[in-house]
Ligand binder design. Structure first.
Ligand SMILES: C[S@@+](CC[C@H](N)C(=O)[O-])C[C@H]1O[C@@H](n2cnc3c(N)ncnc32)[C@H](O)[C@@H]1O
Length: 326
């Protein structure tokens, strides 16, 4: 039996041999689509189709605008460009490196974020909600929102979307992972929001100074641990801490719900993205009257819980009670 390293080298060589003859971006695109299919590459981190992801990698590698017209697909590539494309697709196909970790960037709407293996690749449903839908839910103009928090901030992408949407708000951004917070700090600085976004290393709210928020928003880890064990290779390259929500997926969500009561203003809102856990949440937290917000793909996986419902359902805890329970 051939050793793993030896097999990988010969795969890489065969890949590079096939790639050498490709003369235009269009030929690269056709070649890449065949490779995506042959190797059953996983999608869903930056694009849901192989065509869109491969085209993005080609345009990015050639430093062409992402909205280039299709005539660019016919241009002749020089040796340096062909070598750069060969290296990018070798990493994507043979090493199964996620596209965003190759380009070191991910987009949410119009905003670009730096990403690397220290953070989850941004793909949150909150992109659809942070805007007019959120203003309607909050029942106030964006400039009247004073203080908001992004719990489980990762790359800082949602904290940055919040800061841009609420121009007068102070934004806190919390993560347990120090490496993730380094990436968040880079993004906050690139978006010139150091004056309004404060980063906190904390297990949910444990180490965050007392403050009341008009809005708590969170895209926490919510995959049950057994799902994480069976993920496609590309998703295992993301930090396990960003995905694994414990045995039933609810570990961080339960803690957030315990702590949120004391952190919301009287008419504040809590929004949590929960993946496929709607039924579990409806069952366990029926008393909190969770409301499921519509999303474009019909998954409706973001729930809204009001401060009023939290106050009604949970008695005020004695000081430090949450810490005693941990
Ligand atoms: C699903 S990722 C979300 C990242 C980002 N908000 C986004 O939407 O792309 C979850 C994040 O939660 C962080 N995390 C995990 N456990 C945590 C905890 N107990 N307290 C705070 N953050 C936690 C992880 O480090 C990871 O960055």
């Amino acid at each position: 039996m051939r050793a793993k390293g030896e097999r990988r080298n010969s795969e890489d060589t065969a890949f590079l041999r096939r790639a050498r003859s490709l003369a235009t971006p269009g030929e690269w695109l056709a070649f890449a689509l065949g490779e995506y299919e042959a190797h059953a590459l996983a999608l869903g981190q930056i694009a849901t189709s192989a065509h869109d992801e491969a085209l993005y990698l080609i345009l990015h590698t050639l430093a062409l605008p992402l909205d280039s017209d299709e005539r660019v697909l016919a241009q002749r590539l020089d040796a340096r460009q062909r070598a750069a494309l060969a290296d990018v697709f070798r990493r994507r196909v043979c090493e199964r490196t996620p596209a965003a970790y190759i380009t070191r960037e991910a987009w949410l709407g119009e905003l670009r974020f730096y990403v690397d293996e220290r953070v989850l690749i941004p793909r949150s449903y909150f992109l659809e909600l942070i805007g007019p839908p959120l203003d309607l839910l909050m029942g106030r103009e964006p400039h009247n929102v004073r203080r908001v928090v992004d719990v489980c901030t990762g790359s800082g992408c949602l904290a940055i979307l919040l800061a841009q949407h609420f121009p007068c708000a102070q934004v806190d951004a919390i993560d347990l992972s120090a490496p993730a917070l380094e990436v968040a700090a880079k993004n906050v600085s690139e978006h010139e929001l150091e004056g309004r976004i404060a980063l906190h290393k904390s297990d949910v709210f444990d180490a965050v100074p007392p403050a009341k928020y008009d809005l708590i928003l969170s895209n926490p880890p919510y995959e049950p641990s057994t799902h994480c064990d069976a993920l496609p290779v590309e998703f295992t390259r993301e930090p396990r801490l960003a995905l694994d929500g414990g045995s039933d997926g609810l570990t961080i969500i339960r803690k957030l719900l315990r702590q949120a009561r004391e952190r919301l203003t009287p008419d504040g809102l809590l929004l949590i993205e929960v993946g496929g856990l709607q039924n579990e949440i409806d069952r366990e937290f029926a008393a909190l009257n969770p409301r499921w917000l519509p999303t474009e793909d019909g998954s409706n996986c973001v729930c809204l819980i009001t401060a009023t419902a939290l106050r009604r359902a949970t008695p005020k805890p004695p000081p430090c009670a949450d810490r005693i329970k941990q």
